[in-house]
Design a protein. Structure first.
Length: 406
């Protein structure tokens, strides 16, 4: 691929639209939490369980398959290539894989986790299709440096889902109606006509999608099983419906920094692509060091704050029936902050196209988490949270080392 210098390397993060993109990310994250809080309060911890499992399963699929797709499109467009229609082919492959895995998971666990309602199978398949379009849209807009457009995508998607969720609760007051509200959010991006901004050079050679996406998916598979698998681990190990909902909301509320990073990393990547194209290795190495040190410090502070006030925050937001154990809150907060720093460090590898290296960091963290989960005793929720935190600290260390090492 022809290396095209990025204007971001000269402007830093002051390019037009950056502020609105950040605001859109914050508004979008707030809308997602309001959707969950409103649904959780309306249905209660037992009846909300199918939604929590659907959200968790789709979150894993989206971050494993669709976030790499978004970053591939972003990187290609930022390097000057026209994305459409060529990138619909890798998008279609990701959709087929996601629909097969998601639909299969819901079908197999339909009676145990989804109250036997086959509508959830259709919902997770449509979620994969709708959000694949959304991720391609974000990639085109971020790669062409239309950051305000990315902000609008984040706002529209979250607002439509929340509005649909409120209507669903008012009319039907059941979990399956909230699932349909989730589906509507992804397809809302079609109203923005984002494809008009794909104006790159169609003659520029594309990076091999299979190599980029294969390495990225291998890494994020472990990453998201580690990050979003806590409710599933509790379910598999025989936890009650109430504990599943408590763990789901604890990790979801604390995941706010990481959710925001997933929404906004398209702003970071064009800048790092510019540094990579200019072979500015000293700057990339410095970024890796800062993320490692900052991640450890923030994880320690996050764990302390989570332990001291986390249960009270969950109780205030959702009610006493959703209050986690204090140790669960502390471990979850520490692990999330470590995961956020590791995700930022991974962008250095993505910008350089070294996506196969991601698998080493995330798989190492997952292995450590599984070992801890096997060896630790005590209350199930604490075991899951402590194992998660241990895995994320290992992932942060390995990811930072790989980002620093040239």
């Amino acid at each position: 691929m022809t290396a095209i210098p990025s204007a971001d390397t000269q402007r830093g993060f002051k390019a037009p639209g950056t502020t609105f993109m950040v605001a859109g990310g914050l508004i979008g994250a707030l809308g997602a939490y309001l959707f969950q809080l409103y649904g959780g309060r309306a249905l209660g911890p037992d009846d909300f369980t199918p939604v929590s499992i659907l959200w968790t399963a789709f979150f894993i699929l989206a971050t494993v398959l669709l976030v790499p797709l978004e970053q591939y499109v972003t990187r290609e467009v930022a390097s000057g290539r026209k994305s459409l229609p060529r990138d619909f082919k890798p998008a279609g492959v990701m959709v087929l894989i996601g629909a097969a895995i998601g639909g299969g998971f819901v079908a197999v666990t339909l009676d145990d986790l989804f109250r036997g309602d086959p509508q959830y199978i259709a919902q997770i398949i449509l979620l994969v299709i709708g959000y694949a379009l959304l991720m391609v849209a974000k990639g085109v807009l971020a790669g062409s440096r239309r950051f305000a457009g990315v902000g609008w995508v984040l706002i529209i998607e979250s607002a439509v889902r929340l509005f649909a969720g409120v209507i669903a609760i008012q009319l039907f007051a059941d979990a399956v109606s909230l699932g349909w509200a989730m589906v509507v959010g992804g397809f809302a991006v079609l109203a923005l006509r984002w494809w008009r901004h794909d104006k790159g050079d169609p003659t520029v050679d594309a990076s091999p999608a299979a190599g980029f996406l294969g390495g990225y998916v291998a890494g994020t598979s472990s990453s998201q099983l580690l990050l979003a698998g806590a409710p599933l681990a509790v379910a598999i190990l025989g936890g009650s419906d109430e504990l599943i909902s408590i763990i789901f909301f604890t990790f979801t509320i604390y995941r706010a920094p990481l959710t925001l990073i997933f929404s906004l990393q398209g702003r970071i990547l064009p800048y790092l692509v510019g540094l990579s194209n200019q072979s500015d290795e000293s700057q990339l190495r410095l970024i890796g060091r800062l993320l490692m040190i900052g991640g450890v410090v923030l994880a320690g502070l996050g764990g302390l704050v989570g332990y001291l006030v986390g249960p009270e925050v969950l109780s205030l937001l959702l009610g006493e029936e959703f209050e986690p154990a204090r140790a669960v809150a502390g471990y979850a907060a520490a692990g999330i902050m470590a995961a956020a720093a590791a995700q930022l460090a991974s962008q250095v590898l993505v910008a350089e196209g070294r996506t196969t290296k991601l698998a080493w960091a995330w798989f190492g963290g997952l292995v450590v988490a599984v070992v801890f989960l096997t060896l630790l005793g005590g209350e199930l929720g604490v075991r899951v949270a402590a194992s998660f935190a241990a895995g994320e600290f290992v992932a942060l260390g390995v990811m930072s080392f790989l980002a620093i090492r040239r």
